[in-house]
Design a protein around this ligand. Structure first.
Ligand code: HEM
Length: 405
């Protein structure tokens, strides 16, 4: 009886998360789920995790595996390898398990070490200063700053020509919906976007193989010559994921972060006058309103117990990192923004073997961008109602009208 009641409450909270209002402000619904315990089983058998310790333990435990095929087949996509959007996403490093995952991740890990990324600081400072010019006056913060800054940074790294970058924003939005919405309409729209992305990157990769440049796509194409286990499709899949992940999530960090700062002017004032707190400030902004709210593709391959939680074979985990980041057992007053909070790291970049490759880059972009914006525009303010982005796995806004006057 108690279990049934728990399932009903969990089902109501999960349904509420799926509404426009729930996507805009998921936190009260997370609190309802958390009141049931740090991990609860929903009516369809999925384990829903809101506790920080449990979430961290589950994402780091190699016994839980990405089993995307289970999800794709359950949604009726037996032909998923023939659907461009599903193939491009569900054969990527994001959803593979070791050893394939390890082999592919090696292709890119050297390019994103903390040291290599630190060397990008002067370039990111220059791009930030140039992008700040676009914010002067009355503008849309997403269109004029939060998108162009990270798309320029990752575009330069990968070697995507500047004129071609802007077209990717709507395409990536449509394509990445397959991480959470596998309905026929969503997959049709995602397919159209994925074909454009795939064909563009296939042509670019071939051009770079013929005439290498000083960029990551050229480096990956050159690596193919020494590695028979890889092919050009693997490079295109990796480039698509890196490009999409490189700006879509960072756009979320910059947008969600700015909104959080505008809602807490005393915190914004601190960052303006004490830019040396930029590193903890970015961690806190990531915690407070994470651009990635949940990770859903891990499952138990056999019966097992992790962090005191029993799993049945095939049981799926919905890891709500956005909720874990506000767990009161770990963070004092979790609903308050405290920029120099000395606390456990947010789980916004995941953990374990899939820990975000781009974390050092995204952090550096945030550490440069927020102090630059606040000091350049001391009167930066909202000038209209922000428009929430569709979806919850990737949580952000498509429009945030602002004024600098
Ligand atoms: C604030 C910005 C970012 C956030 C919140 C974020 C979040 C995440 C998370 C949560 C994961 C793990 C997913 C899972 O375990 O299922 C991940 C993986 C990944 N991220 Fe990021 N990311 C960000 C920026 C970036 C950037 C800038 C890049 C590109 C340079 C990037 C590239 C990747 C890649 C390639 C993976 C897959 C890694 C793997 O599966 O081994 N991300 N990211």
């Amino acid at each position: 009886m108690a279990a049934k009641l728990e399932q009903d409450v969990a089902a109501a909270a999960l349904a509420a998360l799926n509404t426009a209002e729930g996507k805009a402000d998921p936190y009260p619904h997370y609190a309802r789920l958390r009141a049931l315990g740090p991990a609860v089983t929903s009516a369809d058998g999925m384990l829903v995790v809101t506790g920080y310790r449990q979430s961290a333990a589950l994402m780091r435990d190699h016994r839980l595996q990405k089993m995307p095929e289970l999800i794709l087949l359950a949604a009726g996509h037996h032909d998923w390898r023939d659907r461009p959007s599903l193939r491009l996403m569900y054969t990527s490093v994001l959803v593979l398990n070791p050893p394939e995952h390890t082999r592919l991740r090696r292709l890119i890990s050297a390019a994103f070490t903390i040291r290599r990324v630190a060397g990008l600081r002067p370039a990111i400072e220059r791009i930030t200063a140039e992008t700040c010019e676009r914010v002067e006056g009355s503008t849309d913060f997403v269109t004029d700053f939060a998108f162009p800054l990270p798309v320029t940074v990752i575009g330069e790294l990968l070697g995507i020509p500047p004129a071609d970058r802007a077209a990717f924003q709507p395409l990536v939005r449509d394509w990445t919906m397959v991480l959470e919405d596998l309905s026929p309409a969503a997959v049709d729209r995602a397919d159209a976007a994925a074909v454009t992305i795939r064909d563009y990157l296939t042509d670019l990769a071939a051009a770079r193989r013929a005439k290498p440049a000083d960029d990551l796509i050229s480096a990956m194409m050159t690596a193919l010559d020494d590695n028979e286990a890889l092919d050009a499709e693997a490079v295109v899949t990796m480039a698509a994921l890196l490009f999409a992940a490189g700006f879509e999530t960072t756009t979320g960090l910059l947008t969600n972060g700015l909104l959080a700062l505008l809602a807490a002017p005393e915190q914004a004032a601190r960052l303006r006058t004490e830019p040396e707190i930029a590193a903890p400030a970015v961690e806190e902004l990531l915690r407070y309103d994470s651009p990635v709210q949940f990770m859903s593709t891990r499952s138990a391959p056999t019966d097992l117990t992790i962090a005191g939680i029993d799993f049945a074979e095939g049981q799926r985990v919905l890891n709500l990192v956005g909720a874990a980041n506000r767990d009161p057992a770990v963070f004092d007053e979790p609903d308050r923004l405290v920029l120099d909070r000395a606390a456990e790291p947010p789980l916004s970049f995941g953990g374990g073997v899939h820990y975000c490759v781009g974390a050092p880059l995204a952090r550096l972009e945030g550490q440069i961008a927020f102090p630059a914006l606040l000091s350049r525009f001391p009167r930066l303010a909202l000038a209209g109602t922000p428009v929430i982005r569709q979806g919850l796995a990737l949580h952000s806004y498509t429009s945030v009208p602002v004024t600098t006057n």
